[in-house]
Design a protein around this ligand. Structure first.
Ligand code: HAM
Length: 431
């Protein structure tokens, strides 16, 4: 029979048996728990949007010359020939939902977060997939530079809470539209005499969107770019003041950062502050998270001038970094009690007992397959239960039950009527 596989660039997250250890679900749960804790600490609230939207929702701000829109969107038509796209990034969807539901009037500042799958038709490689998951935040309504610093601080603290080391915040400003126009002219003058030496992609970008050349990974381009003018020298006085405000607030928060004037980001909606956070041990795709301010974006969407700033961090890259750096993961959740009935009538007796403990929020598993003691005990070990509770024909006759503490292998024989209170007490007293 034909072996079915998932499409290229996709992967499953499994409880066990995963192809690579970072694809194991309990590692993801830990990260998701930290997301919920940290977003609560910074007072962010969750937003969930559909995984597909009308395609033009993503074209407004990301930009038609960006890789995401021009090459990477999963586009399809529905039965009524409407053009739809699988969500390639979160910010556009969040703004669509925000204005569709007219949330503007419900608060002055909106602090939203999401954990969601994104889809991009990219060349799959380590750290780059066709479905990836992002933890992202978007703050709408706050223009201050302190807001930029708070968002960067949240992302940095999230990585720190997970125990990730070797972090580097790379910071830049892409200024406002006027500053960018001045800079584009300067960059054009600098690159024009060198055009023939640039890569084919960069030659094309000179006409389409010259700032993207700064993002080029081509070694020849990188060498030429070393002496390129810096966008920071073309910022308006307001943009300069905003940028130095971000810097001073980051210093006050003890967030180490480096100014990197070539970071422009691959999406058109950014203005002013942009940033990337890299981590050691991640390989070529070392941007673990990135974001920036997008003050003009809301206006393109709705006509309303609402400032925004946010970030997205790829959870695949987060888990991979944690695994590569041997970050401490907590133990996988295990049932406290494993019930091992050794015949059908014992099984009937133990099923309601398992339910009684579960109603008290005690995690319980019960074997409903085998009646062989060795198999049952092996399974109790495998799943990491603290107690195995064994009931066979003899115990049933004598109205007792065997309770084995798995760590010490110590076995206690108890009257059948006492087992629930015994286990409840052990649960209360667990360290
Ligand atoms: P982005 O830089 O395109 O920004 O993606 C954010 C993060 O998602 C990246 O730093 C990376 O960790 C992860 N990522 C992106 N593409 C892939 C992929 N193919 N495979 C694995 N991980 C990937 C955005 O998406 C913006 N919406 C971020 C933002 C939010 N800016 C403001 N608000």
């Amino acid at each position: 029979m034909k072996k079915r596989t998932s499409p290229k660039g996709l992967f499953d997250i499994l409880p066990y048996g995963a192809k690579e250890s970072w694809q194991t679900s309990h590692l993801w749960h830990e990260i998701e728990d930290v997301i919920r804790t940290i977003t609560q600490q910074y007072n962010f609230q969750e937003i969930r949007t559909p995984i597909f939207e009308y395609a033009d929702t993503f074209c407004v701000g990301i930009g038609s010359t960006s890789d995401i829109v021009s090459k990477e969107m999963y586009l399809f038509s529905d039965k009524k020939e409407r053009s739809l796209a699988l969500r390639p990034e979160g910010t556009s969807s969040i703004l669509r939902a925000f204005f569709e539901r007219n949330l503007t009037h419900l608060a002055k500042v909106h602090k939203l977060f999401y954990i969601a799958p994104m889809f991009r038709y990219e060349k799959p490689q380590k750290g780059r997939y066709r479905q990836h998951h992002q933890f992202g935040v978007e703050v709408l309504g706050s223009p201050s530079y302190e807001q930029d610093a708070e968002v960067i601080d949240l992302l940095f603290s999230f990585y720190q809470k997970l125990g990730i080391k070797g972090l580097c915040v790379e910071l830049n400003s892409v200024g406002d539209a006027h500053s960018r126009e001045l800079y584009k002219k300067a960059l054009f003058s600098y690159l024009s005499p060198k055009k023939a030496s640039l890569s084919k992609d960069s030659q094309r970008r000179m006409e389409e969107n010259i700032l993207r050349i700064l993002d080029s990974k081509d070694l020849g381009d990188r060498e030429i770019l070393q002496n390129a003018p810096s966008i920071l020298d073309y910022l308006s006085p307001e943009c300069k003041e905003h940028f130095s405000g971000v810097e001073s607030t980051l210093r006050a928060l003890n967030i180490p950062y480096k100014v990197h004037p070539h970071i422009v980001r691959g999406l058109d909606y950014y203005n002013q502050t942009v940033f990337e956070i890299t981590a050691s041990d991640l390989g070529a795709q070392n941007a673990i998270g990135a974001g920036g301010r997008y003050d003009g974006f809301a206006k393109m969407f709705s006509g309303q001038d609402i400032p925004g700033i946010g970030f997205g961090t790829g959870l695949e890259r987060v888990v991979q970094t944690m695994v590569a750096q041997n970050c401490p993961f907590r133990e996988k959740n295990a049932p406290f009690v494993f019930f091992a009935p050794m015949n059908p009538s014992c099984r009937k007796l133990l099923i309601p007992m398992a339910k009684a403990l579960r109603l008290k929020n005690i995690p319980v598993d019960i074997d409903l397959k085998s009646y062989k003691i060795q198999e049952l005990l092996r399974r109790a070990d495998q799943i990491g239960a603290s107690f195995a509770v064994i009931l066979g024909e003899n115990e049933e006759k004598e109205k007792v039950i065997r309770c084995k503490q798995m760590s010490s292998r110590k076995e206690t024989v108890l009257p059948l009527t006492n087992i629930l209170s015994y286990l409840e007490q052990a649960w209360e007293e667990r360290s």
